[in-house]
Ligand binder design. Structure first.
Ligand code: F6R
Length: 616
């Protein structure tokens, strides 16, 4: 939430900052701002709306500088106005800063600073931090060998409660930046005679692959040549420079209209990447390099608790079905935001697994820290290499799905579901699953990218169905067993990008309330697979039809329907049960996407949302 990009170095900052901001726009997009600095005054531009508005203003006023900081905002404190956009500047004009996070004690800080004569012109919590730094700077005596700028930021932060990723400029220190982090990510990219700093390394894709991830409670000072990290408490920190893959082409939209569309069509590749190198030599089980636990220790686990938020929570539900079925280990699924405050009693042999595409979701991070604090072993399934969650856990599995930029998660979800299936296979094989069952499972998994491709090839038919249903304002998504998480995911996808009210339920639950919604104005989408419960799903469809509800069905090839029962039918191939949720999810994603496009919605940047929720 909120994107920060900063630069200091041998070039002019403008093009890099605006390009970086554009790439971070998925983190928040209600307003944006930039400050450049050479030697005289800060040159600041702030605009409500998208980064494009800001860029137009920056170009029109010919703003630039050899150093700069910039920000794309997802409002927490204060309306969406230019005054509340970042950078925020101290009332003495000496400091300007960009901030991602929430300063919880900002009213106390503000009251104190007002008594000291500092003034405020925004409703933001961030302005209190700019003034607090100015206050400490004014108090700090000049001393040889001491960087007063660095010291004042550090000292100010000692009084701050809350979360922050910040980058600060000081008018007395041209060519120098100070950044700090507590709970909101900040990554420094090392260039040749230049440094980049951002909330996400995608901002400097194609420019730097050598990065330093700041840890909570650390402050960094850098100019174009050197950097120095300390803790807020003034202890020296030895920086760890890491090499990451940070390719510009991964962010290229190509011929697609939206990142969501691109990412839906990237799924065969993303799934292939999740499996690459992860099967045993005898092709009867999965293998993972990063679990950091021996099979004999895993055999001691007698319960798994999955925690996540949003779509990733739906992936946890898929994992529950798979692991209970194939590994026979009891699984519980919790919203991370609930778990972190619930003080749930857990059995001592419980393994905690968090799932997070971004690896930065604050509730998921807090849940994992709580589990760790209580002594549980915690794994993560995450897409973002080097993310905070990836660095906090004892072990885990990277998705390798490539950057997901569309705010609505698509390829990340299916790859999480696939990794859940592979985990079920792995855990099953170190328990009761036979060699031949394992081998069949692996063979099936290997066909998945091709099967997904086959479903994607039906996009024209799905588009035609989307056009028929685009103007409805309510939808029900219904599915049984392993299709229930897909019903939830379908409802979430539709509502978040097209603003249609949608609810997901286990199909049989419909009769316990949601059936009251059914009328010709509320279509139902059923997810049906063959097998022993198909007849039950058929009965539920009949119940909807009897109440004049339109019915769309996503069904496996072997499901047969009486004539006239179904208004629109989308087929997915029959396959191994563990793959069914993944295959059924593809049409659900496409349908939501096409409906949103048909309604003229801003698919990649739905209203009120942002990817990577780093505030509570
Ligand atoms: C919905 C969506 C969100 C995320 C949720 C968790 O399409 O993308 O619900 O799934 O915010 O995000 P991560 O996986 O980054 O922890």
């Amino acid at each position: 939430m909120c994107g920060i990009v900063g630069y200091v170095g041998k070039s002019q900052a403008r093009d890099f900052l605006l390009e970086g901001l554009k790439r971070l726009e998925y983190r928040g997009y209600d307003s944006a701002g930039v400050a450049f600095f050479n030697r005289e005054a800060f040159k600041i531009a702030r605009k409500t709306g998208r980064v494009a508005n800001l860029a137009a203003s920056v170009h029109a006023n010919d703003l630039d500088g050899s150093m700069g900081i910039s920000h794309t905002r997802w409002a927490t404190h204060g309306d969406v106005t230019e005054d509340n956009a970042h950078p925020q500047t101290s009332s003495d004009g000496l400091f300007t800063l960009v901030h991602n996070g929430v300063i919880e004690n900002f009213s106390q800080i503000k009251n104190f600073l007002e008594e000291q004569g500092y003034t405020f012109s925004s409703q933001t919590d961030t302005e209190s931090l700019a003034n607090l730094i100015a206050y400490h700077y004014a108090k700090e005596p000049e001393q040889n060998g001491k960087n007063r700028f660095f010291v004042s930021v550090r000292k100010a932060l000692l009084h701050v409660h809350g979360t922050y990723g910040i980058v600060v400029m000081c008018r007395d220190y041209p060519g120098e930046l100070v950044g700090a982090r507590n709970g909101s990510p900040l990554i420094v990219g090392i260039g040749d005679g230049e440094f980049y700093v951002a909330s996400d390394a995608s901002a400097f894709a194609g420019k730097s692959q050598n990065v330093v991830y700041l840890n909570d409670g650390e402050v960094i000072h850098f100019d174009s040549k050197n950097f120095n990290i300390k803790t807020i408490a003034d202890e020296a920190v030895e920086a760890v420079v890491q090499k990451i893959e940070n390719r510009l082409e991964d962010y290229d939209l190509g011929d697609f209209r939206h990142y969501m569309e691109k990412e839906i069509f990237e799924q065969p590749n993303a799934l292939q990447n999740a499996m690459r190198g992860r099967f045993s030599d005898d092709n009867s089980t999965a293998k993972f390099g990063g679990l950091n636990i021996e099979p004999h220790e895993l055999r001691q686990i007698d319960r798994i608790l999955f925690c996540a938020c949003g779509t990733a929570w739906h992936a946890c539900l898929v994992a529950e079905y798979m692991i209970e079925k194939y590994a026979r280990i009891p699984v519980e699924v919790e919203y991370a935001s609930e778990f972190r405050y619930r003080n749930a009693p857990l059995d001592k042999n419980t393994l905690v697994v968090v799932i997070s595409q971004s690896g930065e979701t604050i509730d998921t991070l807090a849940a994992l820290k709580e589990a760790k604090r209580k002594g549980y072993r915690v794994f993560a399934i995450t897409n973002a290499v080097g993310s905070t969650i990836a660095r906090e856990v004892h072990g885990g599995v990277y998705q390798h799905a490539g950057p997901e930029i569309g705010v609505a998660s698509t390829k990340a979800f299916t790859s999480q579901a696939l990794i859940a299936a592979m985990l079920a296979l792995y855990l099953g094989r170190i328990r009761d699953m036979s060699y031949s069952e394992g081998a069949k499972f692996v063979t099936a998994l290997k066909t998945l990218p091709e099967l997904v491709n086959n479903v994607l090839n039906q996009s024209d038919q799905i588009l035609a169905i989307a056009k028929k249903y685009a103007q409805y304002e309510d939808f029900l998504f219904l599915g049984r067993q392993n299709m229930f998480p897909i019903a939830l995911e379908g409802a979430l996808k539709l509502k978040e990008i097209s603003y249609i009210h949608a609810e997901g339920y286990p199909a049989a639950e419909m009769k316990h309330g949601p059936i009251a919604l059914i009328s010709e104005k509320c279509p139902s989408l059923f997810l049906a697979t063959g097998g022993e419960i198909f007849s039950k799903t058929l009965a539920n469809i009949q119940e909807v039809k009897a109440r004049k509800g339109k019915v769309i069905v996503i069904a496996t090839d072997s499901c047969e329907f009486p004539e006239d029962l179904v208004d629109d039918l989308i087929r997915v191939p029959d396959c191994h049960d563990a793959l069914q949720p993944i295959l059924a999810c593809i049409p659900v994603q496409l349908l939501s996407y096409y409906i949103a496009v048909e309604r003229g919605c801003d698919v990649d940047k739905p209203r009120n949302l942002a990817k990577s929720v780093t505030v509570e």
